[in-house]
Write a protein of this length. Sequence first.
Length: 189
Amino acid sequence: MAVREILTVPDPRLREVSKEVAAVTDETRALMDDMLETMYAAPGIGLAAIQIGVPERIIVMDLADKHEEPQPRYFVNPRIIDPSEDVAPYEEGCLSVPDAFEELDRPARCRVEYLDYEGRPQVLEAKGLLATCIQHEMDHLEGILFIDHLSRLKRERILKRLKREAKAKAAEKPEKPAKKPSLPFLAAE
Ligand code: K1U
Ligand code: ZN
């Protein structure tokens, strides 16, 4: 298992539409293990494969309280059916949109069809944070971010800050030297 790098806005890969998984194999399970470890390390409560640069329709989640036993959940090729008419508000965050939290309304309940860690078909009735989180992660599979649901003003304010931070980070990175720098004090030894 490995902790992978989480892509952040404005990385264009976050806008890709993820592809269906043909079959749940050992390779898929190894990817899901890495995703879960990456999510726990962040820390977060959910993660879509595209957030680590893999455009496959896979989501991991764990909504257990830190004092409880871990309750990892794995969703391969999830499909939302019967979203409720009534909506529920939740202040959402996203590991790919650092330090931004905004209240969003989403359907309060939904049913999810998916394949589990073993590739077996499952159906889940979701409500509360589980319903909110699964819908947020499903958006990632379509290249949609939670900030896309905000007003243009709020979204652009967040994007402007993240672009500024990405530029500052890139400027901070030391350039790779073209050739080995000469170190006369070492040469003298
Ligand atoms: O998709 C992601 O980037 C993960 C995101 C999931 C999410 C959070 C809130 C509402 C909907 C979806 C996060 O995990 S953000 C971090 C977070 O919510 C959290 C982190 C530590 C402890 C508890 C929550
Ligand atoms: Zn997210």
